[in-house]
Design a protein around this ligand. Structure first.
Ligand code: GLN
Length: 316
């Protein structure tokens, strides 16, 4: 376990090294995301003891986007059990962009995994509740257990995606055709757009990640957010599919379960040790934060984070 001083030193240096890096673009296919301030840059680490160390714009709010996907996958596992969830979604990386519509598995017609849009929408469909309102409430409170604080939606991002999210609606319709989702797809896509628009900070991301690192218990509130039996399922999918079409490269070079979102957040989990959250809105061609990737590579090298290097877990 690295000391807090060491973590502080490393993230401060990473912040200084990359704060002026201005490669990448804003993800403006959701028009509202194109208005982000490209200077924003926050790096946060929360240890499994519940201490948060951060630098930069660590309390700047941005929409969670795809980083919500593993957590809603977790809700589906808890609400329906692994066997039912597996009948609705696969666990294979796609090698396709996250919003690809073409790859429903040939035989089963399931979407490939819960971290591409098709699979994520199939998981949102499984959010329980007797009404749309109740499903919204259930989703919001499930996410809030990970952050340890109530969440608000970014209304303009939500409306912006709802107005332009035709591809996601088409994906949902295709899955309805194959019987992978219930017919209530207007509600489910609305819920998916809401889920993507909750406002979080890099500090929040680190607490959410630390909750997974702490086997499902939020290390600040001590509330359980996820049954421990499902933690490994989330982490496995994050390890193999969390960074879109960069997932293999990420596993090779950084080597920890992680999830990125097109608004520029990346969350990474070092099981038993810490959660890491980075926010910087300029993204590369895969849809991953440019500065975020650099920071994680740095931390992975300096702290020996790679899952298969073991140096971090061996030290007392
Ligand atoms: N809401 C976004 C979408 O569906 C999320 C995508 C992402 O972060 N990769 O396009």
């Amino acid at each position: 376990m690295p000391s807090n001083d060491k973590i502080t030193d490393i993230i401060n240096r990473a912040y200084e090294t990359y704060k002026d890096l201005d490669r990448g673009k804003l993800a403006d296919y959701i028009p509202e995301l194109g208005k982000a301030d490209i200077k924003n840059f926050g790096i946060s680490v929360t240890t499994v003891k519940g201490e948060t160390i951060s630098v930069g714009n660590a309390d700047t709010m941005f929409s969670i986007q795809s980083i919500s996907k593993p957590f809603v996958f977790g809700m589906a596992l808890e609400g329906h059990g692994t066997a039912h969830v597996r009948s609705r979604v696969g666990v294979e990386p796609t090698g396709e962009p996250f919003h690809s519509i073409i790859r429903l598995q040939a035989k089963s017609k399931r979407p490939s995994n819960p971290l591409v849009n098709a699979g994520a929408i199939a998981m949102t469909d499984l959010v329980n509740g007797n009404s749309h309102e109740e499903r919204i409430q259930n989703l919001q409170s499930a996410l809030a257990k990970y952050t340890g604080r109530p969440l608000d939606m970014d209304e303009s991002v939500y409306l912006s995606e709802k107005a332009t999210g035709h591809r996601n609606r088409a994906t949902a319709h295709l899955m309805l055709h194959f019987g992978m989702v219930e017919p209530r797809i207007d509600e489910t896509t609305d819920l998916y757009f809401r889920q993507c628009s909750y406002k979080i900070t890099s500090d929040d991301l680190s607490v959410m990640a630390a909750t997974l690192a702490n086997n499902g218990i939020n290390p600040k509130s001590q509330d359980r957010a996820l049954l421990s039996e499902h933690v490994k399922s989330l982490l496995t999918l994050m390890f193999t599919c969390g960074l879109y079409t960069y997932a293999g490269e990420w596993a090779f070079r950084v080597g920890i379960p992680a999830k990125s979102g097109v608004s520029g957040g990346i969350l990474g989990v070092v099981p038993g040790v810490m959660g890491i959250g980075v926010y910087s809105p300029l993204v590369d061609k895969h849809g991953n934060s440019v500065r975020g990737i650099r920071v994680f590579k740095n931390l992975a090298t300096e702290l020996g984070l790679h899952m298969f290097s073991h140096s971090i877990r061996k030290s007392p």
